[in-house]
Design a protein around this ligand. Structure first.
Ligand SMILES: Nc1nc2c(c(=O)[nH]1)N[C@H]1C(S)=C(S)[C@@H](COP(=O)(O)OP(=O)(O)OC[C@H]3O[C@@H](n4cnc5c(=O)[nH]c(N)nc54)[C@H](O)[C@@H]3O)O[C@H]1N2
Ligand SMILES: Nc1nc2c(c(=O)[nH]1)N[C@H]1C(S)=C(S)[C@@H](COP(=O)(O)OP(=O)(O)OC[C@H]3O[C@@H](n4cnc5c(=O)[nH]c(N)nc54)[C@H](O)[C@@H]3O)O[C@H]1N2
Ligand code: SF4
Ligand SMILES: [Mo]
Length: 738
């Protein structure tokens, strides 16, 4: 077993009955929720509908929580919120399974050692907060504030961040940058001077032709995008999918191109080659609005479709055909930027290829092309009462600094600095570190073992809480206020409110209260002068509304963004040249190639297959793994390993049998995984959904279901420009059950 071998200091918690909420009262609550829906709907009690936003993924759609007798009995899509339009993805409705999860963290917990083994004892909030404050204070006194780091994901972190800033702590990191969307933010910023956005600035509503590289909408369920694509298909939108696997989206495409994994840059260079050699690009747009065309041409002129065909395993004729059709539908055509873009170490340049292809056809601010949404003009939060201090960037990666979100380092750098004794304490908000921070689970656990003090704020007994010294149980998003969701550009600019639909259950508390208690203990006076309601009210009044008003619908809407270019409009971009940078000056200055180069990635050893990963409609990794509402059927509670029939035959595997996976470094999956024999995957790769194989027994529903993707990662490559971590150069073979 790869976890918990070192039983000295930070052994993984295995025993403790105090941990669970699972009381008789809780079971009754669950029973009522699941079976009582029909009655509640027909009943005569007054119903309350509370408008808020979802936390089951980071799209943050508007929800309507339907409450009766103090209980939420269903969650529907808000009709007011522009990201839901009255609909939710399947996970959004499943919030009930999170709030009424009987495994929820019910009380603060403090680690204790008894008889040579660690256990948790139930603590009062005062004890847990006092211990946390004392430890953080001591570490800061002894080593300075730079010995403390906060890792965060999800939307409740903002109050903790305020608290830490006023404490002088400036090391913030989120794995969703370096393990997820870092390359597409930076790749876009380097090229266009602005991010690709969430939701992405692609005018799918008016597109005729959209090309996707990997991005697997339909399995990746980002609500508004899935709605727009399905409506598009009804309207005649043509889709092309480059994916080594026949994804759900590939099933809707006019063309599925089973590209060899890791060769996308060669493919896109060849498409550029066709656009340029056949004069299909928008010459005038390129001359007026871009720099670096000659340098780009010098790089891609050799990458003919014939050459790319050898690399990508896609026939030259198909490459030509896609490039020609893309140009013929342009400017109402686009290449989608994707989301989890840190596949390999060249993610930033791969996303730049996407941005460049769009620029070449001149689709910028054109109906159906690349568009730039605007934000709601929400004045900045009024409560920055911490002393002004120089914000230092702690990342060693030269192009990390341009990231818009206010993180100061990559999450894997927190691990590295912990191994070097520079960081002594972690405050972890909503990150299941052992399964998420992919330096390989083994390397991550070594860093966890090294850290002196670890606090986890979570809602469930996820693996990370099993390594914590203090566990602070936050209530779920359905039971609390958070800060406003007002910083995101969209077609209709909006500010969204998260507000409680019901009271916090058990002894859990909202993040804003926990942060306030910590601030008080640390004598950080004035960080949170107002109550959370007063604070939100002030912010909303500054925007011309009020908390009372916004509580009614959960959103404040702005004027629709003016999306399209006017004839003759002069475009400017926030890049160093003021133009779209086909050759990036910042990449060049930082010592990298200014134009994207194709780099060959390692191949699988004989008998091994590249592990690819993706998403499942009903699941968002740790957030939903234990959700009984979303994973009711036992078969849906695990993942499969997709294997091509020829490979299955070679290894003697049959559909439905269980195997262990072994990676190139000899790591064997802790739990077996079911084989899915399917033509839908190339012969040189296998595929599994991330978010399974949980090893903490306290997760009664998720424990031992399927195999962990993260456990099989032993080899990573870092994108040296921005510090994102590629983990797709890992390969597995099969070990048949005895
Ligand atoms: N091996 C591997 N690693 C990956 C990926 C992969 O595909 N494979 N994907 C990467 C990607 S794309 C991403 S975005 C990241 C995601 O990484 P994470 O965001 O860490 O993902 P989760 O596993 O969902 O962990 C979320 C944690 O937040 C907790 N949580 C849920 N709701 C709340 C709340 O309201 N308050 C608090 N305090 N906690 C809450 C959950 O219980 C869980 O412990 O992982 C990355 N890492
Ligand atoms: N239901 C659901 N939806 C989700 C999530 C979830 O957990 N559940 N998570 C959300 C999050 S945090 C993220 S980041 C997104 C991720 O979702 P996306 O950004 O859409 O997907 P990726 O993870 O980039 O890509 C997965 C797909 O890429 C293919 N692929 C793998 N390697 C290659 C390659 O080298 N080349 C090409 N062309 N294709 C390749 C895989 O076969 C798979 O189909 O989904 C979001 N939406
Ligand atoms: S896409 Fe689904 S899970 Fe994500 S925020 Fe929207 S409804 Fe929730
Ligand atoms: Mo992600």
């Amino acid at each position: 077993m790869s976890h918990g071998q070192d039983m000295n200091r930070r052994d993984f918690i295995k025993i403790s009955s105090l941990f669970l909420a699972g009381s008789a009262a809780m079971s009754t609550q669950i029973g009522r929720t699941f079976s009582g829906t029909g009655n509640a709907l027909a009943g005569e009690h007054a119903e309350k509908v509370v408008h808020s936003f979802c936390e089951h993924c980071f799209w943050r759609c508007g929800i309507a929580a339907h409450v009766r007798d103090g209980r939420i009995y269903k969650i529907t899509g808000s009709e007011h919120h522009p990201l839901s339009n009255g609909k939710l993805c399947p996970r959004g409705t499943g919030g009930i399974g999170q709030i009424y999860d009987p495994d929820r963290l019910a009380h603060p917990l403090i680690r204790e050692r008894k008889g040579g083994q660690s256990t948790y004892r139930k603590a009062t909030w005062d004890e847990a907060i006092t211990l946390t404050a004392e430890k953080l204070y001591q570490i800061k006194e002894k080593y300075g504030p730079q010995a403390i780091a906060m890792l965060h994901h999800g939307y409740g972190y903002t109050f903790f961040k305020e608290m830490f800033k006023s404490f002088g702590v400036n090391k913030f990191a989120k794995p969703s940058f370096d393990f997820c969307c870092g390359p597409r933010h930076q790749g876009y910023i380097l090229t266009y001077g602005h991010s690709a956005g969430t939701p992405e600035g692609i005018d799918i509503q008016n597109s005729k032709y959209v090309i996707f590289f990997g991005t697997h909408y339909g399995e990746n369920m980002h609500n508004t995008a899935v709605q727009e694509i399905s409506e598009g298909i009804r309207r005649g939108l043509k889709i092309v999918v480059f994916d080594p696997r026949f994804s759900t989206l590939a099933g809707k495409a006019e063309k599925w191109l089973p590209i060899k994994a890791g060769t996308d840059i060669a493919m896109m260079q060849a498409m550029m080659n066709v656009l340029i050699t056949e004069n299909l690009y928008d010459k005038q747009f390129v001359e007026e609005n871009t720099v670096g065309f000659d340098e780009l041409w010098a790089e891609v002129r050799e990458m003919t479709p014939e050459k790319a065909a050898e690399i990508t395993d896609i026939p030259a004729e198909d490459i030509r055909d896609v490039a020609r059709r893309f140009a013929s539908f342009a400017p109402s055509a686009a290449v989608h930027p994707g989301r989890r873009t840190q596949w390999y170490a060249d993610g930033t340049q791969r996303v730049r290829c996407i941005a460049i292809l769009n620029a070449l056809v001149g689709n910028y601010k054109m109906p159906g092309g690349v568009v730039k949404y605007e934000k709601y003009k929400l004045p900045k939060a009024p409560h920055h009462h911490y002393p002004e201090f120089e914000k230092e960037i702690w990342s060693q990666y030269p192009l990390f600094t341009d990231i818009k979100p206010s993180n100061t380092m990559a999450s894997h750098e927190v691990m590295q600095q912990t191994m070097n004794d520079e960081i002594k304490a972690w405050f972890v908000y909503g990150v299941n570190v052992p399964e998420t921070v992919t330096l390989g689970r083994k390397a991550t656990l070594e860093a966890i073992d090294k850290v002196d003090f670890l606090v986890a704020v979570d809602t469930l007994p996820m693996e990370v809480t099993g390594y914590a010294d203090v566990v602070l149980p936050e209530c779920t998003y359905l039971e609390r206020y958070d800060d406003l969701d007002g910083g995101r550009p969209y077609r209709t600019p909006f500010v969204a409110l998260r507000q409680p639909a019901v009271e916090p259950m058990f002894d859990s508390k909202p993040g804003n209260e926990i942060a306030r208690m910590l601030a008080d203990k640390l004598d950080l006076h004035g960080v949170f002068e107002d109550s959370v309601e007063e604070y939100l009210d002030k912010r909303l009044k500054a925007a011309g509304s009020s908390l009372e008003e916004v509580k009614k619908t959960g959103v404040l809407l702005g004027e629709p963004t003016d999306l399209y270019r006017k004839p003759g409009e002069k475009l400017t971009f926030k890049t160093p040249s003021g133009k779209i940078e086909l050759a990036s000056s910042k990449m060049r200055e930082a010592g990298f190639s200014a134009v994207p180069k194709y780099i060959k990635h390692p191949e699988a050893p004989e008998g091994y297959y590249r592990i690819l990963t993706g998403r499942k409609p009903m699941l968002t990794f740790g957030r939903t793994a234990n959700n009984r509402f979303l994973n009711e059927l036992p078969t849906a509670r695990e993942n499969d390993i997709w294997v091509n029939p020829e490979v299955a035959k070679q290894h003697g595997l049959t559909h439905g049998e269980y195997v262990h996976l072994k990676n190139q470094a000899g790591v064997v999956s802790e739990f077996p995984i079911r084989v899915k024999v399917t033509e839908r995957i190339r012969k040189d790769a296998v595929y599994m959904v991330h978010g399974y194989g949980h090893y903490f027994k306290k997760l009664n529903w998720a424990y031992k279901r399927g195999a962990s993707h993260n456990q099989l990662i032993s080899q990573t490559e870092i994108d040296k420009a921005i510090g994102a971590v590629g983990f797709q150069n890992n390969f597995v073979t099969f070990i048949k059950e005895a």
